[in-house]
Design a protein. Structure first.
Length: 166
């Protein structure tokens, strides 16, 4: 299954306070969090993002606090994946836990332009910039992590595992 969407560009060290400000942490409702995703970046992200779009960022995306609200808000506003030069480790794990695909591709992150169309194959780690006609290789997820992402995160994955044993 390929993911397709347009690129929204962010720089290095985008922390969880930029992704979803602390003033919105009194809810875990994905729809409510989606309304405020990247609000403090000041670029009207929620007005521009379309279902399937991709966030492309620099180094250490998701640094800062360990809040799960950050990847939840990204996923809930329709973003299909995040591509970055690197991710903060706790954000990486939280993204998997909520079923948000993330890919490390320094080359793609360095060359993409805002609005470029992407196609991403999670099973192979292939990232295609359709606008520029370039292909990049990211590290594909192991099968068990793809299964977690495919079912929507860790909670649905564990529920499915328990149901299968019942």
């Amino acid at each position: 299954m390929a993911l397709r969407g347009r690129a929204h560009i962010y720089g290095d060290h985008i922390d969880t306070d930029i992704i979803i400000a602390a003033r919105y942490l009194n809810t875990t409702d994905p729809a409510e969090l989606a309304k405020h995703c990247m609000e403090d970046a000041g670029d009207h992200f929620t007005e521009r993002v379309q279902p399937g779009d991709v966030i492309v960022a620099g180094e250490n995306f998701g640094c800062g606090s360990s809040r799960e609200h950050a990847p939840i808000s990204i996923k809930a506003c329709g973003v299909s994946a995040v591509i970055a030069k690197s991710f903060a480790r706790i954000f990486f794990r939280n993204a998997i836990n909520v079923g948000l695909p993330i890919l490390e591709s320094p080359e793609a992150a360095a060359e993409v332009q805002a609005g470029d169309e992407f196609e991403i194959e999670l099973a192979t780690g292939v990232v295609r910039n359709l606008t520029q006609g370039k292909t990049y290789q990211s590290e594909p997820f192991p099968e068990f992590l793809r299964e977690i992402i495919d079912v929507g995160g860790m909670v649905p994955y564990v529920q499915a595992q328990l149901s299968a044993k019942a």
